[in-house]
Ligand binder design. Structure first.
Ligand code: UT7
Length: 329
């Protein structure tokens, strides 16, 4: 049997962190009232990274990808599949994955983007796993990357304080031991209106509303429900009891969502990776950035089981269970 084994992790965060206080000051200049206290209490966010106007998604994705390749001990010539999850591509086409392939000097295999908003990294990772298990790829680079700040309406305080920019990347390698144990992706397009950026390009002009809009409470409720049910299904499929799970690494949108999901599953917060406080919500980048943080903090251990979870616009969600290799470092 062929399995996908996690062999490398990388990250990229643009510039310096912007604290809630600094952001509140900038918004005050626009006549928008918010506070560190509101943002902290409602979301757990204390800061975010915001890309400057010259930084693109493919730049962040390539930086994260380069670090993941180095961690895996692989060269660009070893990679035969590139998937980038993003909702903020550099340009309409070619795909951000093709631009990353070019930036990293990868000259073989397919490269394509996946658009599933905040579930994008889970969709990309599950897709790469299917390629590897089908024998169609040996070393896959899977990236979640966003400059989500470009989609924000800075006059809408209910959304603009919540998001940040960044990229996270992993390398999956075909091996004889698992690796990825189980995954499940879901979408319910009938709820497309609760979280969207409903603008498009038509005849050289933007048509519609090109900024992110969200019905926060509807998204919150669906996120908690879908994360719990999806976790239960995938953990059962992987043969892992929630109390035996090593680490839960969910999408980082709101500290309260993380706490409620963990409580419903009976998983103590010490076994949940929290990165929303320092990265805010980086959409498709949030799960690999949280994984990278856990790795930096020495929390990813050989043989450990992880449950990764994404949820967001579409409405989409997904979970993936994996076991780190006995020699993972
Ligand atoms: O990545 C995809 C997944 N996304 C999510 O999971 C996000 C899910 N939703 C949420 O995290 C929460 O719903 C929010 C953080 C977005 C909002 O929290 P909430 O507790 O649902 O607040 P709310 O929308 O009910 O707003 C409460 C109050 C309102 O004032 P009134 O009407 O009670 O007077 C808002 O106008 O807070 C006000 N408010 C703010 N006040 C200060 C909204 N945004 C702000 C702000 N600063 N930035």
């Amino acid at each position: 049997m062929i399995y996908s084994q996690l062999r490398g992790i990388g990250h990229a965060l643009p510039g310096n962190p912007v604290s809630n206080e600094v952001l509140a000051g900038r918004l005050a200049e626009l006549g928008i009232e918010t506070s560190d206290q509101w943002i902290r209490e409602r979301t757990g966010i204390t800061q975010r990274y915001l890309a400057d106007p010259t930084t693109t998604t493919s730049m962040l994705a390539a930086e994260a990808g380069r670090e993941a390749l180095a961690h895996a001990g692989l060269a660009a010539s070893d990679i035969d599949l590139v998937i980038v999850a993003t909702s903020t591509p550099d340009i309409i086409f070619p795909s951000t994955a093709c631009l990353v392939q070019k930036r990293l000097g990868i000259h073989q295999g397919p490269a394509f983007d996946i658009q599933a908003v905040c579930s994008g990294f889970l969709y990309a990772l599950a897709t790469a796993d299917l390629y590897i298990r089908a024998g169609k790829a040996t070393n896959a680079l899977v990236v979640g990357a966003e400059v989500f700040s470009r989609l924000l309406d800075w006059r809408d305080r209910s959304t603009c304080v919540l998001f940040g920019d960044g990229a996270g990347a992993v390398v999956l390698r075909a091996e004889s031991q698992p690796g990825i144990l189980a995954h499940r992706l879901e979408a319910r397009g009938e709820f497309e209106n609760i979280l969207r950026a409903a603008g498009g390009v038509h005849g050289g002009a933007i048509q519609g509303h090109p900024f992110l809009t969200m019905e926060g409470q509807a998204v919150f409720k669906m996120a908690v429900e879908s994360l719990e049910s999806s976790a239960r299904q995938v953990l059962a499929e992987a043969g892992i009891a929630p109390e035996d799970l090593g680490l839960l690494i969910p999408h980082q949108a709101n500290m309260r969502i993380l706490q409620m999901t963990a409580k419903r599953l009976g998983i103590p917060m010490e076994r949940v990776v929290v990165a929303v406080d320092r990265h805010a919500n980086t959409s498709a980048a949030s799960v690999p950035l949280a994984m990278h943080l856990a790795h930096q903090e020495g929390r990813l251990l050989p043989g450990q089981t992880l449950l990764l979870q994404g949820v967001g616009g579409g409405f989409t969600w997904g979970s993936l269970a994996l076991r780190l290799a006995p020699d993972f470092a």
